[in-house]
Design a protein around this ligand. Structure first.
Ligand SMILES: *Cc1c(COP(=O)(O)O)cnc(C)c1O
Length: 537
């Protein structure tokens, strides 16, 4: 490992470069609308496979993060401390255990964090990283001169609760989360509104998730508000989230090759239920660093822009050619993957474009990639899509395959696994029926498992790591739809202790009517933050 490494970051659209990790974590999005990426993808140390093999999740996270964060930004002991605190909140000793579901299919359970979804892996770390930078900035300051962050985010369910649990009680940070009234599950809503820390503000908005997102975008675009309140982002475009997620790709690889169920030398494929492309992008970085994965398989639901990209020869369009003119996001059983475009895809496109320029200096190729990405994203905005050159598509196919899984198949997969898979030796927090021992997938994980089964059929003998992104109790209605006709199934079979009575707990939320608009929301956020600070001073 090279403790003298100095990693810098740039924007995919070229206006900002030479930035530190701290800059990109606090900014979230570049001023040119681009996303931050590392200037270099680091290679793994030569002996990583023997030296890292028996590391704990936290130790692995430290090794990986050390390749992306310069020591002079965060000294080793501080980084270790941030990581320790972030994952001590996980209920499982291994943090992200691997479960043998069926032949060649290993399920990576990513839901053992505080809010029972994979987003905790990233947001626990992001919360502590924010806090670390603020503490350093505010050393010796006591009054109004302290730097204060106002985190604002929109959620369709999982991001909001994970962000709230990552930021609750953190000094000098307020968090305001907007969610659409009636459009998140009861458990998800209760997870958010039952957090009573003074720095947590829930806004229940009359409207859709898109309305919430539009309000958040307008708040970010308000320069005045931004300057006075230091608005910060926690959605999946924040680089720190991608970085945090790399750990479980390595951890699960080691769990797999150490498992008796693994045939030595078999290829390894990783299947990821995908929406915004943040989760699987972390897998791509891991692969580029040197993780020996044969392919990464993108599993989409019926919102299939990524799958269409591969099947249409590199056409990235908001709607399918045969879709009706008013086509928007489809509501599926896996709502956390209901997206029209995948924001993080921009990061992959940048690297593919960079690679595809085979001549020129590094500087020229970088410029070429920034120009291409800016042009494409501009076309996406104005024309609803773009076509990439064949070298870029071929570059993507080296590392990726894709599968689209329908709503019906999602439900059928939950039902089938429940009655055929009875994995042994699972701990109490697992997603197993307390009655039959049948394994219960959440609908997002079921999209991944359905895609894995297709990949296994095409690649006999290859080992598959299929990512499980949420606990089934968070998505009770889809699970119920799948299992209610099963012999005597009832919801309490999967309910974790932590969810019992959560809907009856004391809660705090501010209702936002349709007429408020983004300016109304701005006033509410300002007033709530002001009140919070009054209480503290
Ligand atoms: C956010 C989320 C996803 C999608 O992850 P992306 O990084 O957006 O691709 C999948 N499943 C669950 C349960 C999620 O919360």
């Amino acid at each position: 490992m090279s403790p003298t490494l100095s990693q810098k970051y740039l924007s995919t659209r070229g206006a900002e470069y030479g930035l530190s990790f701290e800059d990109v974590v606090l900014k979230g999005l570049s001023s040119d609308g681009g996303l931050f990426i590392p200037e270099e993808i680091p290679a793994l140390p030569a002996s990583w496979e023997t030296e890292w093999r028996d590391l704990t999740f936290e130790e692995l996270a430290f090794e990986i993060m050390s390749l992306y964060v310069s020591r002079d930004e965060i000294p080793a002991d501080d980084l270790k401390d941030i990581i320790q605190r972030s994952y001590s909140t996980f209920r499982h000793a291994e943090r992200t255990p691997l479960v043998d579901l069926e032949k060649d299919l290993h399920l990576l359970e990513l839901f053992h964090g505080p809010t029972f979804a994979f987003k905790d892996v990233a947001l626990q770390l992001l919360g502590n990283t924010f806090e670390y930078f603020l503490t350093r900035m505010n050393a010796g300051k006591t009054g109004k001169d302290r730097h204060h962050l106002t985190v604002v985010g929109a959620t369709s369910g999982d991001t909001g609760s994970a962000a709230i649990y990552g930021l609750r009680g953190k000094k000098d940070i307020s968090v305001s989360i907007l969610y659409p009234n009636g459009k998140v599950s009861k458990i998800q809503e209760a997870q958010m509104t039952s957090v009573l820390d003074p720095n947590v503000h829930n806004l229940r908005v009359e409207g859709s998730f898109d309305d919430c997102q539009d309000i958040v975008k307008a708040l970010f675009a308000d320069k005045d508000f931004n300057t006075t309140h230091n608005i910060a982002a926690v959605n999946s475009i924040n680089w720190c989230r991608i970085l945090a997620q790399m750990t479980y790709y390595f951890h699960s690889y080691f769990s797999l090759i150490k498992s008796p169920a693994y045939n030595k030398g078999s290829k390894v494929r990783v299947v990821v239920p995908s929406g915004n492309f943040g989760d699987i992008l972390a897998g791509w970085f891991a692969k580029k660093m040197g993780l020996p994965a044969d392919k990464l398989v993108i599993a989409t639901n019926e919102n299939d822009i990524l799958d269409r990209f591969f099947r249409s020869g590199g056409h990235y369009t908001k709607k399918a050619l045969d879709a009706p003119a008013d086509h928007g996001v489809k509501e599926t059983h896996s709502p956390a993957m209901d997206i029209l475009v995948s924001s993080n895809f921009e990061r992959l496109l940048w690297f593919l474009s960079y690679q595809s320029a085979t001549t020129g200096s590094a500087e020229e190729r970088r410029q070429h990639a920034c120009d291409s990405v800016s042009g494409w994203l501009n076309d996406l905005k104005t024309n609803g899509g773009f076509q990439v050159p064949s070298a870029v598509l071929e570059g993507a196919k080296v590392d990726f395959e894709s599968e689209r899984v329908s709503n019906d198949e999602t439900i059928a997969t939950i039902r089938d696994i429940y009655s055929t898979s009875f994995p042994k030796g699972l701990t109490a927090g697992s997603a197993k029926s307390s009655k039959t021992g049948g394994y219960i997938l959440d609908p997002h994980s079921a999209v991944g498992v359905a895609a894995s089964r297709r990949s296994i059929a095409r690649n006999p003998g290859a080992a598959h790591i299929s990512l499980s992104t949420a606990h089934p109790a968070k998505f009770a209605s889809a699970v119920d739809l799948a299992l209610r006709s099963e012999n005597g199934y009832d919801f309490t079979e999967i309910l974790p202790q932590e969810f019992i009575g959560i809907e009856q707990r004391e809660s705090r939320v501010t209702d936002v009517g349709r007429e408020a608009g983004w300016q109304g929301v701005k006033e509410i956020v300002k007033a709530e933050v002001e009140q919070e600070l009054q209480g503290l001073r």
